[in-house]
Write a protein that binds this ligand. Structure first.
Ligand SMILES: Nc1ncnc2c1ncn2[C@@H]1O[C@H](COP(=O)(O)OP(=O)(O)OP(=O)(O)O)[C@@H](O)[C@H]1O
Ligand SMILES: [Mg+2]
Length: 414
């Protein structure tokens, strides 16, 4: 298998070039005796080469679609010209050289060897629109691999269609653009997103697989707006608190449960005696609404304590918020995992995902609003840091009322 694109191109050219003189020989009748043997031998060789090329193109086309194969081929053949047109090649003819092109999930990935890494990286980033249009792809992403650069092409938005629960295996909570499953790292989690961005999907995307795993788990829910955890799904929880007094009580209960676990060692082992405890909070900014200042302070202290000590004791908090303010994310460092669904402003992205996240490619502030008229097409889409692939764009599965009802049937072992 020839992987280098230059060798492939040379192979392609030479496997065809000799056909013309042979054709001339045959048509002018100047082939005799030994000549026929040579022509037959070369003909068989040529037919074999063509057969293998067609077979591999056919296989790739069947696996990835003819559009992918064609576009990857154009990339392979036209790259030097494209790089030149995009101003990536300097006066001495040095520029990013194509190393490999591979068809991948929903498009292709090309790896470029760089000559002047930083200059070529910024050039590719600013010309990715032009390159993408020329290659006929919807989106071209530039990924810095340190000493080389990867170009990832997508024909369609791989996250455009709704994801159903069964599509995401147990243990995972979302799917990224490259079709990889994203696991919940079992950290305290903050889900942030404007109204209708699908915070419910993210919460249930995390909690659902934990409940369905059948492993010992206890769920507590705070829902000051009485929306996400109200109704049939209430039966999945040990209890759900909607009003200020029960909410204050619940924060204390969970904090006490956590305190009982102290001194059990550094690593939490999920068992019937020590179930995983998840405290789910919808609409975090309204959590202390209706409490007098003394109660609000005590409750905030309880939550703070859970956030500071809970993780290693198997007591996890999953909070959802529409607002991303300094106060909300002041406990940001305690929320080891942050999910940015659609947000209004780039500053919110930075506040949530950290300095440099926008430059790294996080675009939650550019997600179009999900509305009933567009069928909530962007709900559940956002950015997270995955332990294997860094900052990634993901989609959380859609959790319908039926799914929630099914979930309630998995009454956790307690
Ligand atoms: N992952 C998803 N895929 C497709 N559609 C979804 C997804 N998640 C939610 N939706 C749709 O979007 C609507 C809004 O979702 P959800 O209630 O979770 O938003 P929210 O962020 O909690 O909004 P609010 O802050 O107003 O409560 C849902 O009613 C549902 O129809
Ligand atoms: Mg909601």
């Amino acid at each position: 298998m020839i992987t280098n694109w230059k060798s492939r191109l040379l192979f392609l050219i030479f496997s065809w070039l000799w056909v013309l003189p042979v054709f001339i020989f045959i048509s002018t009748g100047s082939v005799t005796g030994v000549g026929w043997v040579v022509v037959t031998f070369l003909g068989l060789l040529w037919a074999g080469g063509v057969y293998f090329q067609v077979r591999s193109a056919w296989r790739w086309a069947r696996r990835f679609g003819s559009r992918t194969v064609f576009s990857a081929w154009v990339m392979r053949v036209a790259w030097p010209h494209l790089a030149d047109r995009a101003g990536l090649v300097d006066g001495d003819d040095n520029g990013p050289e194509l190393d490999t092109v591979e068809a991948t999930h929903g498009g292709w990935t090309a790896v470029l060897r760089t000559f002047n890494h930083d200059r070529e990286l910024s050039g590719l980033k600013s010309h990715r629109g032009y390159l993408g249009r020329t290659l006929g792809v919807k989106e071209l992403k530039v990924r810095d691999l340190g000493t080389s650069i990867a170009l990832r092409a997508y024909f369609d938005d791989p996250l455009a269609s709704k994801l159903r629960w069964p599509a995401v295996p147990k243990g995972s909570c979302a799917r990224d653009e490259d079709g990889r499953n994203v696991d919940w790292p079992r950290f305290h989690t903050l889900v942030a997103g404007a109204t209708g961005s699908g915070k419910g999907s993210a919460i249930w995307g995390i909690i659902g697989p934990e409940v369905r795993s059948g492993k010992p788990i206890k769920l507590y829910g705070c829902d000051p707006k009485m929306s996400e955890f109200a109704g049939k799904v209430e039966s999945v929880f040990e209890s759900v608190a909607f009003d200020s007094d029960p909410i204050a009580e619940m924060l204390k209960t969970v904090r006490d449960l956590m305190k009982e676990r102290r001194g059990q060692g550094r690593d939490f082992v999920q068992s019937a005696e020590n179930p995983l405890i998840i405290l789910a909070i919808d609409e975090l900014p309204s959590l202390y609404g209706g409490m007098d200042s003394k109660k609000a302070k005590a409750s905030a202290n309880n939550l703070d304590e859970i956030l500071r000590q809970g993780r290693s004791l198997g007591v996890m908090v999953v909070s959802a918020t529409q607002e991303v303010t300094k106060e909300i994310v002041s406990a940001r460092n305690s929320y080891g995992w942050r999910i940015a669904l659609r947000l209004e402003r780039a500053e919110e992205v930075t506040m949530l995902l950290g300095q440099g996240a926008v430059e790294e490619g996080a675009r939650p502030h550019e997600i179009a609003p999900a509305t009933p008229s567009n069928g909530y097409e962007t709900a559940g889409i956002g950015w997270v840091r995955s332990d294997s692939a860094g900052l990634v764009r993901v989609r959380f599965p859609y959790t319908s009322d039926d799914d929630l009802e099914q979930l309630a049937a998995f009454r956790p072992v307690s």
